[in-house]
Design a protein around this ligand. Structure first.
Ligand SMILES: C[S@@+](CC[C@H](N)C(=O)[O-])C[C@H]1O[C@@H](n2cnc3c(N)ncnc32)[C@H](O)[C@@H]1O
Length: 393
């Protein structure tokens, strides 16, 4: 889509085509059929972009609560933070008089920041900036937007006399190709060293799978954020935005735990007790399993495995918990007999440290019956075991 077609879409005539496209509730797979319907009544160019936007609005509903009012291009939608994460992240900027959103794209984060403080968005892509402007207007929000290349000195001196806080969200994919090293982010992460002397208060969104060794040179807090049990992103916090070493934040909530990372716990091991906890992926990635175990008065089963066990189940947002019905050394025949004798026909398999393939195991178990259980395939001090669990409470 080019800029002039996008502007044509914003005119009353363009909005009529967009409404007609929205009414079709289109999906990518029906593009041609819907395009033929629309292009009978409207110009082919407007019909095409209206259809593209309407399809993307449908796809964006899982990220943005008001997606049906917004404008996207596909790459920008893929790169956009989802609203609950943006809103949480923006809350860390509440104390600042202003924030600059570097690489603001279609304004996913700009919107959340504009709710908490005076916000300026910068991007070099004119179409994305035009969409960010339209999105802010559609949501009745106000922020300034500037087109500029982040590889040049930041154009902030005239715009914001007092040093603002910064938020930087570099691109971590080119087309469909993911970028793994922070050195290859667009722009590369190292660029923050040019900004930090003048703008020390900075947050940077990075991939949650980042190789932590690449971050060794940065004096920052790293926060891992999960939403509904799925690890979404990591953020580096510098200056007065920094509040610790490692942090795990669980959404919705937010529930946050801060501490010093440790790979291994080791000193508090035990056989399975009455309950088994599966820590949230943000806790695992932040290396805070030991801190969580202390909170829950729980032990590990194995120094290298992050399941926790305890005699009592405490309610926590940082882990899921199951009651343990039984456990024993893993042996296929024994497990099959155990499940048959108890009429267990449905199992959910969870595993840590086991090479077994869940689908193949379920096939080999030849289950029959109505009962349900959760099987944990794991290690107890190096020995393969199975824990039979069931929903707690
Ligand atoms: C990951 S996206 C940002 C997504 C945004 N935070 C959101 O939630 O919608 C990265 C953005 O950085 C912009 N960008 C990349 N290199 C840039 C540069 N050298 N100067 C300005 N913007 C750049 C891209 O155009 C893209 O819109």
């Amino acid at each position: 889509m080019d800029l002039s077609t996008f502007f044509a879409l914003l005119t009353p005539a363009g909005q009529e085509v967009l409404s007609a496209a929205m009414a079709l509730m289109p999906r990518e797979i029906d593009f041609l059929a819907n395009f033929q319907i629309l292009s009978r009544r409207y110009s082919r160019e407007l019909a095409r972009v209206a259809l593209e936007i309407a399809i993307l609005r449908g796809e964006a509903a899982s990220k943005f609560p008001q997606a049906e009012k917004m404008y996207f291009v596909r790459d920008a939608l893929q790169q956009a933070s989802s609203d609950p994460v943006s809103v949480y992240r923006a809350s860390r900027y509440q104390e600042f008089a202003s924030v600059v959103d570097l690489g603001c794209s279609i304004g996913g984060d700009t919107q959340a920041l504009a709710h908490v403080t005076s916000t300026l968005g910068i991007d070099h892509d004119r179409l994305r900036l035009a969409m960010a402007q339209a999105n802010l207007k559609a949501l009745s929000l106000q922020a300034d937007l500037v087109q500029s290349d982040l590889l040049s000195p930041l154009p902030l001196t005239n715009l914001l006399p007092n040093a603002p806080a910064l938020f930087f969200d570099p691109a971590r994919r080119i087309g469909t190709r993911r970028i793994y090293s922070v050195k290859n982010y667009v722009p590369p992460l190292d660029i923050i060293e040019d900004w930090r002397p003048r703008f020390p208060d900075l947050g940077v969104k990075i991939s949650p799978g980042v190789n932590l060794d690449e971050l060794g040179g940065f004096d920052a807090e790293i926060e891992f954020i999960s939403h509904r049990g799925e690890l979404k992103e990591a953020v580096l916090w510098f200056g007065s935005l920094r509040s610790g070493e490692h942090r795990a934040t669980i959404l919705p909530g937010p529930y946050s735990m801060s501490g010093s990372p440790s790979d291994v716990m080791g000193e508090r091991l035990s056989d399975p007790q009455a309950y088994i906890y599966e820590p949230d992926p943000a806790i695992l990635r932040a290396g805070l399993v030991r801190d969580l175990a202390a909170q829950l008065d729980a032990c590990q089963l194995d120094p290298d495995i992050a399941y926790l066990t305890a005699p009592k189940a405490l309610s926590t947002p940082f882990a899921r918990v199951w009651a343990i019905a039984d456990w024993f050394p893993f042996q296929l025949k024994r497990l099959r007999t155990y499940l048959r004798e108890r009429n267990i026909g449905h199992v959910v398999i969870k595993k840590r440290g086991s090479p077994l393939q869940p689908e193949a195991l379920i096939r080999d178990l030849r289950l029959e019956g109505d009962g349900e259980r959760v099987l944990f395939l794991t290690h107890l001090r190096g020995l393969p075991i199975v824990i039979v669990g069931y929903a707690h409470g």
